[in-house]
Design a protein around this ligand. Sequence first.
Ligand code: ZN
Length: 223
Amino acid sequence: MSKLKTIIQIISNKDYFYTFLFFDMAEIYKGVKFNYKNIGKTIIEHSLLYELKYWCAVFNHKNLAPPYPGGSSGNLSFRIKSNENNFIITTSHTALRDNMSDADFTEVTNYRINQNLITGKGEKIPSSESIMHFLIYKSRKEINAIFHGHSSEILKYTEQLNVPITKKELSYGTVEFAKDALNLLHKSDFIILKNHGFVSLGKTMQDAGKQTDFFLNKCKPIK
Ligand SMILES: [Zn+2]
């Protein structure tokens, strides 16, 4: 729960007031919550980076990563090599858009849970959800692409999509948030994070992107 929510919950004992004001209100983005060690300020190069840029542009066009001042709230990645956990991911405080530059991506090379430490290479700090991406690649070895986005449409039609949904709203960018998502991602490659967004996993970027499209297209009133 965000600080703002907590504060207002304390000052208001009236349940109806609380519900009215804070229904569906997401936590305000405040940056990454992990420690970060940069092991090389190099520009990322990879033969599949163009494809990740393509899907970032699609997410922008379909409003799957709504903007906030200085960035947008979605993060997309792909695994670099099978049987390794390294991946390339969009950087923190970066707007998903057409013609993204190579500097908008960072390679994450490791995560140490006891130090809450992400290690990576690139010009900028990787996405705030890098812990979640790392834990998914570590435990789902056949998965090579992870797309996380925010969509008011998908949250609105959650019930008719018939996909797993996390039980409670958790603070983004934390190990707790990542583990909660991972629990459901053992059962399904597409899940909804309560009051937050969705995660789409694929063997390829095309799988993760098309799966997102499939569920987005189902977000219509049933006649
Ligand atoms: Zn998110």
